[in-house]
Write a protein of this length. Structure first.
Length: 173
């Protein structure tokens, strides 16, 4: 197995680590800044923590089953934020890595909000190699329009061209 690891000093407080494994096409990006680690390493994701937040604190996935969360992590491009190895933030992209990506399940634990972590996470994600050159990036949000507009997201120009099947309260028993 041949892998290449590069560490790039982004600023005095921040280091970007890129690891590429040429046999498995695995790419990892990590930024260490002010005691927080931002990473796309799926092996660092704590599915129990992600499930706990989504099933109890999110407005979009109340009571989502653990198995569904695990399956969604396994089939998405995931990013985590960690403080002392504890998962404190998460986001995932549902993407074909060629034409389309949908941002989902974004959160920062309440006690870590207001520190600029979501902005740093968005900055890492929008420059990820697997999200370059797509023709459509989309997301849904009830309350974070200001954040996402800073990264080019805007309301649909022609919402009448989009359709969806929405199952309200899909996980509620």
């Amino acid at each position: 197995m041949h892998s290449v690891k590069k560490k790039i000093l982004v600023s005095r407080y921040s280091t970007l680590t890129c690891v590429t494994n040429s046999t498995q096409q695995i790419s990892e990006m990590e930024i260490n800044e002010n005691g927080f680690v931002f990473s796309d390493d799926i092996n660092k994701i704590d599915p129990v923590s992600v499930h706990h937040y989504l099933s109890t604190a999110s407005y979009w996935a109340q009571e989502i089953p653990f198995e569904v969360v695990v399956k969604s992590i396994e089939n998405s491009l995931c990013f985590g934020i960690y403080k002392e190895e504890k998962q404190i933030g998460f986001a995932r992209w549902v993407t074909d890595k060629a034409t389309f990506a949908h941002l989902a399940d974004v959160y920062i634990l309440e006690q870590y909000r207001g520190l600029g972590l979501s902005k740093k996470l968005m900055s890492l994600m929008v420059f990820h190699k697997d999200l370059q050159g797509l023709r459509r990036y989309q997301l849904g949000t009830r309350d974070a329009h200001g954040l996402y507009s800073q990264y080019g997201f805007k309301p649909l120009e022609d919402p009448e061209t989009m359709m969806a099947i929405v199952i309200k309260n899909a996980y509620k028993k």
